[in-house]
Design a protein around this ligand. Structure first.
Ligand code: GLC
Length: 487
């Protein structure tokens, strides 16, 4: 009987974390993946991290030869169709003399972030660290004689911040050949749509083939990074659109062989991820990804890499909404900053992150270490967060009310968070009414996070009714903790 329970538990755990896999790599992948359960739990408990998109593209900051280039700041190489030699010359001017790794890490800490995903190489192929594999790196090409990735890593160690990396394995506009397009199309002749050769460099491709690039640059650089930085929480691979299964598997295994606990995102390709990335600035819809660990990357405006003229900054309310919506669905939020070419983080980003941090300091208990509850959200406001471009086009139009609640749970406690303090100081949380059937009837204690004042509450058939204290716990919204006894 005992054994059966263990087997059942193991099956449940595996199905919670796993992707559906078939084929010759399925078994070895499953074994590696299953060994990362504790790391996945740690990752999921952390809930909130900082993404940093920072490379030589911060120099042009969205403008090339006097023209505003549309699209993401870090995509300027691609959208302006810059010849490779010219891009390299541009990189040579990169000199971030104000870069201060401590300040970045302190900002992440102040924002309540628990890890940083740094960026040693994006699609432009330019290594932002001292790479022995390629001369196309910050030390060899620019006058800046420092290794910012190493400095960031060391600052993370000093401040107790988990460190992780993004590495564009499949796309490299400088050295990546055709990004695997030709081989892919032989196998998929039906795939001829507008994305058929996206995002390969088709205007001035490198002479090396994709396979040569993978063997001579991408894999050696990944090994180099994994050897240089220990205890990497996660690796963010990116855009494996044309990557064959074997290669994705090799990138997964390569990390495992050096750091067996390091988590791999789903963009390694071909379903070999340890956790799922629903999409850029995308929150999964109801029921989506419920059995997976996941992380949504999000921007503070509409670009990842700095763009001097993108001033569509998200408001504090919007960012808190993203945090609550994601936490209530059991995911992680990886919020991006795009530092400038001088190495400083735009003031608007600093201001927003500081405000978020103030909220997290009081209400973070309702976020960190929590899991999804039976109900994620209650109330009239329904929004769909689909993508970076959708958010840019449509803006953020929400009219939250004091009837909107987001729920999380942790060890015998439920949390109900809201963004609007009720004018009459009264809350009625229907999902916590005894008739709703989700909430335990033996509520022991109800508390407003960040407040010592006792509050009056009553659990009726219809709702948990609460009278909030007269003093607000924080500038915006509230988080209610409901303790009950586990059976
Ligand atoms: C996309 C973009 C890339 C960005 C990433 C962030 O894949 O190509 O520029 O780094 O999303 O999630």
């Amino acid at each position: 009987m005992r054994r059966m329970i263990w087997v059942l538990l193991a099956v449940m755990l595996l199905s919670r974390v796993g992707y559906c896999q078939a084929g010759e790599y399925a078994d070895p992948w499953r074994k590696m993946h299953a060994s990362k359960q504790a790391a996945l739990e740690r990752f999921n408990d952390a809930k909130f991290g900082m993404f940093v998109h920072w490379g030589a593209y911060a120099g042009p900051a969205g403008i090339w030869k006097g023209q505003k280039i549309s699209g993401l700041g870090e995509w300027i190489f691609y959208h302006a169709r810059i010849p490779r030699a010219e891009y390299k010359q541009m990189c040579a001017q990169f000199n971030p003399v104000q870069f201060d790794a401590n300040a970045w890490v302190q900002l992440a800490k102040a924002a309540g972030m628990r890890y940083i995903v740094a960026m040693p190489k994006h699609h432009d192929g330019f290594a932002m660290y001292d790479s022995k594999v390629s001369d196309y790196d910050i030390i060899d090409v620019t006058p800046f004689d420092r290794d910012p990735m190493m400095e960031l890593y060391q600052a993370c160690q000093r401040h107790g911040m988990r460190f992780a990396i993004y590495y564009s394995h499949a796309t490299d506009w400088m050295d990546g050949g055709d990004a695997g397009v030709a081989e892919y199309r032989k196998k998929h002749p039906e795939d001829t749509g507008q994305w058929a050769s996206w995002p390969a460099n088709t205007w001035d491709p490198s002479p090396a083939s994709f396979e040569e690039y993978i063997e001579a640059k991408a894999k050696p650089q990944m090994r180099e990074l994994l050897q240089r930085f220990s205890n990497i929480q996660e690796i963010w691979y990116d855009v494996p659109r044309h990557m064959p299964e074997k290669m994705s598997f090799e990138f997964y295994k390569l990390a495992y062989d050096i750091q067996p606990e390091c988590l791999i995102n789903s963009r390694v390709g071909n379903n070999f991820g340890d956790f799922w990335v629903p999409g850029d600035n995308k929150i999964p819809g109801k029921g989506e990804g419920e059995d997976l660990y996941w992380e949504t990357p999000g921007t503070l405006n509409n670009t990842w890499g700095f763009k001097s003229y993108d001033v569509d900054w998200k408001s504090t309310e919007e960012l808190l909404y993203w945090i609550l919506e994601i936490a209530s669905k059991g995911g992680n939020y990886l919020l991006n900053v795009g530092p400038k070419a001088d190495g400083t983080i735009p003031q608007e980003s600093v201001d927003q992150l500081t405000k978020i941090g103030e909220w997290m300091k009081i209400n973070g208990e309702a976020i960190y270490g929590t899991k999804r509850w039976a109900v994620m959200h209650e109330g009239p406001t329904e929004l769909a967060m689909e993508s970076t471009t959708a958010r840019e086009k449509e803006g953020f139009r929400a009219d939250f009310s004091a009837q909107d609640f987001w729920f999380t749970q942790k060890g015998g406690r439920l949390f109900a968070c809201g963004l609007v303090w009720p004018a009459d100081g009264k809350l009625a949380i229907q999902s916590l009414g005894s008739r709703a059937g989700h909430a335990p009837s033996d509520v022991k204690k109800v508390r407003l996070l960040g407040s010592d004042e006792p509050i009056r509450w009553e659990q009726t058939d219809q709702a948990l009714r609460i009278e909030l204290p007269t003093t607000r716990s924080c500038e915006r919204g509230f988080a209610i903790e409901v303790s009950f006894q586990m059976n």
